[in-house]
Design a protein around this ligand. Structure first.
Ligand code: CMC
Length: 392
């Protein structure tokens, strides 16, 4: 039993070498390829961040134009994907649809199986960055019973997504620049976060040589859980459940009660123990969006702001270093944009696709890469003799 190190949740096991994202949880530092997240959020857009994460460097103007054009040319999905959608129940959760449809891209792009060929890896990466927003928006339209809105390639990445979500044959969506910028920031802040559960899932799936579409579908499945990407959706559900500011103390008491499994959604982080630098930026964007839309009076927003205030002053949360995380604010912003709650995690998946594919590519090209194969401490029955069914 003592041969292997027992490390549930991989709390102290480094599973790979990586040069993509650096986090110092105590100091609240997050760097993509060496650049502080604050500077990227302020001075770069999501397309530049995608270039940075995948290729290792920020693009110059010509490189950005060329990369942006490539991504724009891949935004449509094969028409047969429309048939695939029809197989889903109309009320299917968008994440359920995304797990299936993104995985199915490997049936359309069979060259993706050549994971040893850099050109095939690169085109798969471009296809994923471009098509995941289209698939996410299609899953929403399918839910709503509306016709799919085809991508508008003259629009920016974030504006195009809002167009695919909200344009109808009757009316073209007019992107609001403040909301487009806020969505672009949400995408930047969620783009990568080193070896989190979904990224580790992508790497583990890919370590066997599986194609990138299948691996990213596995990442989407892992992201869906409420302890990971599902938290932004869970935050909104919790705010609905709280119902009124006067009920907040009851919920705080439940979160502190050891015999109650309830947790305050959107609080705490495995790595950040002082503050989450993404949450600070998200909080600022949250206020910009609420100001732009003039909706500070909204009941759920009031509950969120009061919950934040009370929890930040509460001894239990201070002692356990539980601060609002990025998902606490992103859910509020998305709701203000009229994005339905069940699309929140799908938007996280759009953002994280670039992180997953960059980490997958890094893993494939790592000369020390091995198939992932954790060991276990066996606690089951000792060897025993089978008794035939007639004698049991
Ligand atoms: N509300 C109340 N108590 C909490 C919370 C919370 N949100 N989070 C942690 N605790 C307590 C927990 O009960 C434990 O107490 P004790 O030491 O007395 O047993 C202590 O704090 C440490 O918790 P843990 O579960 O050992 O910490 P972890 O690092 O394994 O978990 C976490 C991190 C994010 C899963 C957890 O804080 C949590 O469940 N938060 C709510 C869900 C959430 O917001 N998730 C989004 C994370 S950010 C987005 C992402 O990266 O995907």
């Amino acid at each position: 039993l003592g041969v292997f190190t027992y490390d549930p949740g991989f709390m102290s096991t480094a599973s790979c070498n990586s040069g993509i994202t650096y986090i110092d949880g105590d100091a609240g530092i997050l760097l993509y390829r060496g650049y502080p997240i604050e500077q990227l959020a302020e001075h770069a857009d999501f397309i530049e961040v995608c270039h940075l994460l995948y290729y290792g460097e920020l693009p110059d103007a010509a490189q950005k134009e060329s990369f942006d054009t490539i991504i724009r040319t891949h935004t449509m999905v094969h028409d047969q994907i429309n048939n695939f959608f029809r197989g889903f129940r109309r009320d299917a959760h968008p994440m359920a649809v995304m797990v299936g449809v993104v995985g199915a891209l490997s049936a359309f792009y069979q060259d993706s199986a050549n994971v040893g060929d850099p050109r095939h890896r690169e085109i798969s990466a471009h296809r994923l960055i471009a098509k995941v927003p289209t698939i996410a928006a299609m899953s929403y339209k399918y839910n709503m019973g509306q016709p799919f809105a085809y991508p508008r390639n003259r629009l920016s990445y974030a504006a195009n997504f809002l167009h695919m979500m909200f344009s109808t044959p009757c009316e073209e969506y007019e992107p609001n620049p403040v909301l487009v910028k806020a969505l672009d920031r949400i995408l930047i802040l969620h783009a990568d976060h080193e070896q989190n559960a979904s990224t580790s899932t992508v790497r583990l799936a890919g370590s066997s040589g599986a194609n990138p579409f299948a691996c990213v579908a596995a990442g989407i499945a892992s992201l869906w859980g409420p302890a990971h990407g599902g938290a932004n959706e869970a935050v909104l559900k919790m705010l609905e459940e709280i119902e009124d500011v006067s009920n907040i103390p009851k919920f705080i008491a439940r979160a502190k009660d050891k015999s109650n499994p309830f947790r305050l959604m959107g609080f705490g982080h495995r790595v950040y123990k002082n503050f989450d630098p993404r949450a600070r930026l998200m909080r600022q964007t949250c206020h910009e969006v609420l100001n732009e839309l003039g909706i500070y009076d909204d009941r759920l927003f009031k509950i969120a702001l009061e919950l934040e205030r009370i929890a930040l002053e509460d001894e239990y949360f201070i002692e356990k270093k539980l601060y609002p995380n990025v998902d606490f604010y992103s859910g509020i912003i998305l709701r203000a944009m009229n994005i339905p709650t069940n699309m929140f995690t799908a938007i996280f998946a759009i953002a994280r696709t670039i992180g997953w594919i960059s980490q997958w590519d890094e893993m494939i090209t790592d000369p020390e890469q091995k198939i992932g194969r954790p060991r276990q401490l066996y606690r089951g029955a000792a060897q025993r003799e089978l008794v035939p069914l007639s004698k049991r």
